[in-house]
Design a binder for this molecule. Structure first.
Ligand code: G
Ligand code: G
Ligand code: G
Ligand code: MN
Ligand code: NA
Length: 255
């Protein structure tokens, strides 16, 4: 069997699983959100990383059903946390592929799911890359505006690495920039990474957009980010992506 063919049935056969990585507020230490990250536990090949199968899923069109499955799983988990922890429950951030924005009714299907689950839209964030925004800017802009009007948050993922223009910040309804981990990784050794990170943080403050740093692995990096005014962080320093059960246990443990 080819990977292509197996992709079509992986979700149904329970080959897919979501892991969740905490996004932590530095000032309070609270886990304010989690990013859902897809894993494929293949019966023979073991765990396959999304970098490998998402591009195949995009080429074959399977990304649409996979994307629906991911969204439903992630929102169901968020609903469970919201029921259990109320106001302090973490939001859930879901990665969307550019191909999903070719469905003109994407915003309506998200709305239907949220209503079906009775999950407040404020508990959902959608992550999309700069490069994805450019694929079909008009349709994407329209869909993002509808999602944003619903109360869903929009994050620009891998910010600073894509083929992008800053004018997109003006055009698209973006709530948050995620500073790409390639910049954070080289802090404090690389002067350019420090200055680019500073510039992104300063820009978000001026534009009144939220900012989060990805790939934070050291205390020194967290301290730098806090001092620069980036209060949200995600990375191995705080937690690796965790299976749902382990995330649940972490939430149940007083910090
Ligand atoms: O304990 P540990 O270092 O694995 O925690 C990882 C991160 O998750 C920490 O930054 C911590 O602030 C956060 N965290 C741990 N327990 C809780 C909790 O019960 N509620 C919330 N909201 N965050 C938690
Ligand atoms: O841990 P990590 O290997 O999960 O993620 C690798 C890449 O796969 C990241 O760029 C991430 O955005 C992407 N990715 C992870 N989960 C999903 C998903 O559910 N949908 C999409 N489209 N991309 C995902
Ligand atoms: O969606 P995105 O492209 O941002 O995917 C995040 C990727 O970064 C995932 O593959 C995730 O497992 C990985 N990741 C999360 N935290 C860290 C970290 O602290 N260090 C490194 N090297 N990778 C991380
Ligand atoms: Mn992401
Ligand atoms: Na990213």
């Amino acid at each position: 069997l080819t990977l292509e063919h197996e992709l079509s049935t992986a979700a149904i056969n329970k080959g897919f699983i979501l892991h969740y990585q905490p996004q932590v507020e530095l000032s309070s230490g609270r886990m304010v959100a989690v990013e859902a990250l897809l894993r494929w536990n293949h019966p023979e090949r073991g765990s396959i990383r999304p970098d490998l199968f998402i591009p195949i899923a995009e080429e074959t069109g399977h990304i649409l059903s996979i994307g629906q499955w991911v969204l439903k799983q992630a929102c169901s988990a968020a609903k469970e946390w919201a029921s259990r922890y109320g106001e302090t429950a973490p939001r859930v951030a879901v990665n969307f592929s550019a191909f999903q924005f070719r469905q003109p009714d994407l915003a309506e299907s998200v709305q239907n799911l949220l209503e079906h689950l009775q999950l407040p839209p404020q508990q959902l964030e959608i992550e999309i890359t700069e490069t994805a925004l450019m694929q079909d800017p008009d349709t994407t802009q329209r869909i993002l505006k509808r999602l944003r009007d619903l109360g869903v948050s929009i994050s620009l993922d891998d910010f600073g690495t894509g083929y992008s223009s800053l004018s997109y910040l003006k055009r698209f309804p973006v709530n948050m920039l995620k500073i790409d981990q390639s910049f954070i990784r080289d802090i404090p050794d690389d002067r350019d990474s420090i200055e680019i990170t500073r510039a992104i943080i300063a820009m978000t403050a001026r534009l009144n957009i939220n900012v989060i740093a990805e790939g934070v692995e050291t205390k020194q990096q967290a301290e730098f980010l806090g001092n620069e005014g980036c209060n949200l962080v995600q990375g191995y320093l705080f937690s690796r992506p965790l299976p749902g059960d382990d995330l649940g246990k972490l939430l149940a443990t007083p910090s």
